[in-house]
Design a protein around this ligand. Structure first.
Ligand code: AMP
Length: 596
């Protein structure tokens, strides 16, 4: 097929706002090509050169494309730039400046395949002289095409084709063109896409061997699967009801979803929820994964969160997001924001794909496969059959720094449903994140020994508020952040005189620190919010039976309240009031960023 035909179809696609019409235009186009050209046409129409997960970018800067247009049209670059100012688009400018009839001796213009191959060469050119090469290749193409073709070529190389051709529309067009049009056929085509994440490959198989041929598209290491998604629920009773009374609950970690492809030999490849390649951003996971899995190949899925190396506590989402998209300064970032991957699913193991196995079997196999280490661990899971246990697990999850729970169905139907959302996974999070305006003055009642960089000093301190009614110190958090190096080093000495070898009778906590401290030293801490926790004892049972108040993501402000004695610490009553009045604010911003 000539690229001119494709460009003509693009003008029509661009002109229609109707999905149905777009679908018939595409289906009609698909009927005119075959073999490799079919795939190339689909890539080009989506503004791509390969499946999205390959991450191939054209890498043509505006200035280079402008220079190519100037050379190809024999118009000074300055004038090209002026025209772009008016038109707002270099593609439109190229079309206008090229407006001249095609000369017979110029031949019939390039084919779709020729254009595709040249664009790939432009994308792949790198290193010394590559900029010149990119410009020359584009000039070569522009010299052979009609004005309307130039419009789309230029937009393509700038990464701004934006025809609005969505994956779903292409799937519809493929079904219209290559199947009997039945619902089942459409579903099989979509399933093949969900497993391969590659529309071109689906199209090529369809054109060669029809819907029946799609069985050959199987899960493969190195090709990401479209991730399974979750429904949501406003309360735990509803969750359990929808799961027939029993479910596997897991901590819902608040980080980045990672699908890790670990081949039999060689490094792992990591893909994001949107199937972008994340391998370069998390080299420590690429390296740790093959070690942490007893058998390979494997495809595992988990959530990557930042973990405090000294206290092993999960850090807020904002921390891990600092690693996202980062290409430079990786070594420093690895040190500043160390991460752990909490695995929750197994999609393929050495015995083959597991997408059609029920969740309990996938989890059992995952547990047998993983040799947990600090970087690769298992997501915490518990089987529950009543609301009270579900609530207790939820509280634990929040106290551990997670954002809620993910309930997973235990039924035979709980297959890994690539790209699908249903009642097999239901998320339940707190509806609000909350802001805590006030700081809290806490009494130190215990200390945890440091590890790694903090070996020889303390990694975290156990903090308590005071209940004057009962003359009791009730724990509300473990704080390890916010100390500077000198302050840290001085901690054991500073705390020495408070140290005792048993839990002081006036202290109440669900934790057992390495060293107990008689309440005496008061520190000012701040945190993101107060939540209910089964392990902390502040205002225990006063808000909910079996739960106390905990401060999430606590941080030492740097102020030792030496002006205060332990009994002048914040009281549990004050904490209770802070809990009742803390500012509630919907979490929408993050939701939309993650799930556009
Ligand atoms: P949301 O982003 O709120 O729609 O919730 C779904 C996301 O939760 C998934 O895409 C994962 O990134 C994340 N997640 C965290 N923990 C789990 C878990 N245990 N199982 C499944 N997904 C999880």
């Amino acid at each position: 097929m000539r690229f001119a035909e494709l460009a003509e179809a693009y003008t029509k696609v661009e002109a229609t706002p109707k999905r149905l019409e777009m679908r018939s235009l595409l289906a009609e186009l698909l009927g005119r090509v075959s073999g490799e050209e079919l795939g190339e046409l689909l890539y080009l129409s989506q503004g791509l050169l390969a499946p999205e997960y390959e991450g191939i970018e054209l890498g043509m800067a505006d200035s280079l494309a402008r220079r190519a247009v100037a050379i190809a049209t024999h118009v000074p670059e300055r004038e090209v730039a002026l025209d772009v100012k008016a038109s707002g688009d270099l593609g439109t400018t190229a079309e206008a400046l090229l407006r001249r009839p095609r000369l017979p001796e110029e031949g019939p213009g390039p084919t779709v395949s020729e254009v595709y191959r040249t664009l790939r060469r432009i994308a792949e050119a790198s290193g010394e002289g590559s900029q010149e090469l990119k410009v020359n290749l584009l000039v070569g193409l522009l010299g052979r095409v009609a004005p309307v073709e130039a419009r789309y070529l230029v937009r393509f190389v700038l990464g701004r084709l934006r025809l609005g051709v969505r994956e779903m529309t292409i799937l519809d067009a493929l079904a219209a063109r290559f199947s009997d049009g039945s619902k089942e056929a459409r579903a099989r085509i979509e399933a093949a896409f969900n497993v391969s994440s590659d529309l071109a490959r689906v199209a090529e198989v369809l054109s060669a061997s029809g819907v029946a041929g799609l069985d050959e598209i199987r899960l493969t290491v190195g090709r990401p699967v479209r991730p399974m998604l979750a429904e949501r629920s406003p309360d735990l009773a509803d969750v359990l009801e929808r799961m027939e009374g029993r479910a596997a609950l897991e901590y819902k970690y608040d980080g980045l979803r990672v699908q890790a492809h670990v081949p039999a030999n060689g490094p792992a490849r990591l893909f994001s929820r949107r199937l972008e390649d994340l391998s370069g951003q998390f080299p420590e996971l690429v390296e740790a994964l093959p070690r942490a899995l007893a058998r390979r190949p494997a495809i595992v899925e988990g959530e990557c969160v930042s973990v405090d190396p000294d206290t092993d506590e999960i850090r807020p989402f904002q921390e891990v997001s600092r690693r996202r998209g980062r290409k430079y300064d990786l070594a420093r970032m690895q040190e500043e924001v160390p991460v752990s991957l909490f695995l929750f699913d197994l999609l393929l193991d050495a015995d083959g794909p597991l997408l059609d196995r029920a969740l309990p079997e996938r989890r059992t196999r995952l547990e047998a496969l993983v040799r947990p280490d600090p970087q690769v661990r298992l997501a915490t899971q518990r089987l529950v059959g009543d609301v009270a246990s579900a609530q207790a697990f939820f509280d634990e999850s929040i106290a551990a720094g997670c954002e809620g729970v993910m309930a997973k169905s235990l039924s035979n139907e709980s297959l890994y449903r690539a790209g699908a959302r249903g009642d097999w996974w239901i998320k339940y999070k707190r509806e609000y994140t909350t802001g805590l305006a006030d700081s809290i003055d806490g009494a130190v009642v215990g200390a945890f020994l440091g590890r790694g960089r903090r070996a020889g000093t303390y990694g975290a301190l156990l903090m308590a508020v005071y209940d004057p009614g009962q003359d009791r110190f009730e724990s509300f958090c473990k704080v390890g952040s916010g100390f500077d190096d000198a302050g840290l080093k001085a901690l054991p000495e500073r705390l020495r005189s408070y140290e005792v070898d048993h839990v002081p009778p006036e202290v109440s906590t669900g934790l057992v620190p390495d060293r107990w401290m008689r309440p005496g030293l008061v520190l000012e801490v701040r945190g993101a919010e107060l939540s209910l926790s089964p392990i902390h004892r502040a205002a225990f049972g006063r808000i909910r039976p079996g739960a106390g108040l905990a401060l999430r993501f606590p941080r030492f402000t740097g102020r030792y309240r030496e002006d205060k004695g332990a009994t002048e610490a914040t009281t549990s009553k004050e904490l209770e009031e802070m809990f009742a009045t803390q500012v509630k604010r919907p979490t929408r911003a993050r939701e939309t960023a993650e799930n556009p």
